[in-house]
Structures are given as structure tokens and as C-alpha cells.
Design a protein around this ligand. Structure first.
Ligand SMILES: Nc1ncnc2c1ncn2[C@@H]1O[C@H](COP(=O)(O)OP(=O)(O)OP(=O)(O)O)[C@@H](O)[C@H]1O
Ligand SMILES: [Mg+2]
Length: 347
């Protein structure tokens, strides 16, 4: 931790010294003390248009989650991560949960969840039915209050600044939050207007996204007659149309056919490459294994494992995520459970 902090400070010094040099390694060699003092003076004066000032502003912008912070991704975001110029510890935390607790009546559902997700990461949040995944997501997107601990998104406290959080996120919920009496175009226009998208841009985007998902001919039909998968596609579009910085997906593949599943899988990878942070809840272990660069397993309201797929494999000594999952979250005996079930229904 201390090492992470020290290296972040030295990278910041290097950034102040010369923004044109993308390499964040070797700060001593690249940034003389004189350089640094000069840049700091510029920052203090708030003038000169120096790179230090711009960098300072951009870092602050990135921390606050402002979208117009061009360039900072190169320094602190996914590009720097991918190119190995920045360690995970130095990455900007976008989602932070500290000692998160939530009860429904007497029932304790979350029992102290600690989790940090950095910019450009895809976190797979997996766990058995009733483990608390949707509850965690609903807290993060501002749909549930009365929780303990802290939840922050893009630097904003979810409890105190819910609107700032909602401005920056996209959410594809697990259970349909569609107004089925509307057509896809009407629904998407409603959602887009809530996010202040200009009407013309909104229409262009909606038409194009519906076409990509094979719903061009259905765009002006009421959704009451839509299949489960068709509704799910509209929900996915609605969650992403405003180009959010942070995306919460709660079992987004439910009901999708194999082709659409592949498209959404690719979509998640592309969003992460473009610097978006994705919080992805799913029971589809093979997909989580492939698209997530980090996996947190929650069981009975607690995180029981957190790391890359490789690190979980070596910790648990199991080859597949399905095996890791069952070893960590079940008491075993799946075959016996299935046999008992059949015995009971056979009477
Ligand atoms: N509004 C509510 N009132 C009462 N209990 C609730 C409420 N919402 C969730 N719960 C309970 O909280 C627990 C966790 O539910 P949650 O929906 O977070 O599970 P999950 O991990 O998303 O499960 P799944 O994999 O089935 O989607 C469950 O026992 C559920 O019954
Ligand atoms: Mg759920």
C-alpha cells in the first residue's frame, strides 16, 4: 500500500514535469527539481497554460468523474494500465465500498462489503442466489437507502450526492424496468431526455442502436408483445445510450440468444477498452471468466474471494470459475441435491 502511494506521488511529479512524455517510469531521471518547482509555481499562479496546470485540472476532473477530461485516461486510466505504465494500486478508484451493510427488517443481507474498482476495469460480481449482489448494485445506483458504511461512485458519496452519481452511471437492472405500453423509440427518448441528450442526437442513437440489435422493424411497436430477449435488448440500450462512465449490469444476458450474448460480451470488452468501468453481476461463469479482469465472489453478504481469475485459480487450486465458485460458496453434494429433488417429485 505504502509502495503504491509512493509510486503514485512520483508519477504525479513526473506528470507535472512534462506532460508530453507519456512514460511514467523513471521520474528522477526525467524530472529535475528545478522543473518541478517551476511547474508548481505555474500551478499556484493558475496561469501560463502549462501542462502542469492542465494535468492538475484533468486529475481533479477525472477524480470528480467529469466526462470532458480528455487526455487523463492516458495517464491514469485504462490506457496507462494496459501499457503497464501504471500499477493497479495507482489506478483511479471509481467504485468504492467500505464496510457496506444492509438489512431488510431483521434480515442482514450485506454484512460489511469492502470493494474498490478502478477505472477501465470489468469487475465480475458473482455469488449464489440471495447472496446480496442486486442489493449491492441497487445501493450503488441510488435505488436503496438505509444502508451502513460508505458507497462512492466517481468520488461522489451515493447517500449524500445521489444525483451526481446518477448522472455518471448506466444501469441495466436484473428485472425489467420497462414501460411496456411504450414503443422502444418512446422509451429510449424518455430515458435520453432524463440525461439531457439533445433530441436529434438521441433519435439518431436510438435508431442506430435498435438496428444493431435487430429491432429496427419493432422500433415503433408497443413492447407489450415483445419476447423476453427483445425487452432485454431495449433495457441494455436504455442503460448505455447516454454513454455513461460507469456501467452496472445485473445479469444483462438473461433471455438473450447466442448471437446477442456474443455481441454483449464483446460490448463489455469494448466499453472497458474505451475507459468505462463495468460492474457486472452474473451467473454465467464462462462469460465472467472471459470478460472480467477481476472477480469478487459474494456469499451471504460477505466477499469471500476477490482477485483476477488466475489468482483465484491458484488460491483455490481449481481450474474453472465454476469449480472455484462451488468450492467457496457451497457445502457440496450437488448430485445428492438433484437426486433428492427427483425423489420428491416422483412422490
Ligand atoms: N426489498 C426487499 N425486501 C426484503 N428482502 C429483500 C429485498 N430485496 C432483497 N431482499 C433479500 O435480500 C437477499 C439478497 O437479495 P439479492 O436480490 O441482493 O440477491 P442476489 O445475490 O442478487 O440473488 P440472485 O442471484 O438470485 O439475483 C435475499 O434474501 C432477498 O430476499
Ligand atoms: Mg440479483
Amino acid at each position: 500500500m505504502a509502495r503504491g502511494r509512493a509510486s503514485r506521488a512520483s508519477r504525479f511529479r513526473c506528470l507535472l514535469a512534462d506532460r508530453r512524455r507519456p512514460t511514467l517510469r523513471g521520474p528522477k531521471r526525467r524530472c529535475g527539481a528545478k522543473d518541478l518547482a517551476g511547474r508548481r509555481a505555474l500551478l499556484r499562479r493558475g496561469g501560463g497554460g502549462g501542462c502542469g496546470l492542465r494535468a492538475g485540472v484533468e486529475i481533479a476532473a477525472y477524480r470528480r468523474g467529469w466526462p470532458a477530461c480528455g487526455g487523463t485516461d492516458r495517464w491514469f486510466g485504462p490506457e496507462a494500465l494496459r501499457e503497464g505504465r501504471m500499477s493497479d494500486e495507482a489506478a483511479v478508484p471509481v467504485i468504492v465500498l467500505e464496510k457496506l451493510t444492509k438489512s431488510f427488517g431483521e434480515k442482514k443481507v450485506l454484512k460489511g462489503v469492502d470493494l474498490t474498482v478502478s477505472a477501465g476495469h470489468v469487475l465480475g460480481y458473482i455469488g449464489p442466489n440471495g447472496a446480496g449482489k442486486t442489493t449491492t448494485v441497487k445501493i450503488l445506483v441510488g435505488m436503496l437507502d438505509g444502508f451502513g458504511g460508505t458507497a462512492r461512485v466517481c468520488g461522489f458519496d451515493v447517500a449524500r450526492e445521489p444525483l451526481e452519481v446518477k448522472r455518471r452511471i448506466g444501469y441495466v437492472p436484473e428485472a425489467g424496468a420497462l414501460y411496456e405500453a411504450l414503443t422502444p423509440m418512446e422509451f429510449l427518448s424518455l430515458i435520453g431526455r432524463l440525461f439531457n441528450l439533445p433530441a436529434r442526437k438521441l433519435e439518431e442513437k436510438a435508431v442506430e442502436l435498435l438496428r444493431i440489435f435487430g429491432l429496427a422493424e419493432e422500433r415503433d411497436k408497443r413492447m407489450t408483445t415483445f419476447s423476453k430477449g427483445m425487452k432485454q435488448k431495449v433495457l441494455i440500450i436504455a442503460g448505455l445510450i447516454h454513454n455513461p462512465q460507469v456501467i452496472f449490469l445485473d445479469e444483462p444476458l438473461a433471455g438473450l440468444d447466442a448471437n446477442s450474448t456474443v455481441v454483449v460480451k464483446e460490448l463489455i470488452a469494448n466499453l472497458a477498452s474505451a475507459g468505462r468501468t463495468v460492474f457486472y453481476c452474473s451467473h454465467m461463469m464462462d462469460i465472467v471468466e472471459r470478460v472480467c479482469d477481476r472477480i469478487a465472489i459474494v456469499d451471504e453478504g460477505r466477499i469471500v474471494a476477490d482477485g483476477t481469475f488466475k489468482s483465484l485459480q491458484s488460491q483455490v487450486k481449481a481450474a474453472s470459475l465454476e469449480r472455484i465458485f462451488t468450492q467457496l460458496t457451497s457445502e457440496g453434494g450437488h448430485e445428492q441435491v438433484a437426486r433428492d429433488f427427483v425423489r420428491v417429485i416422483e412422490g
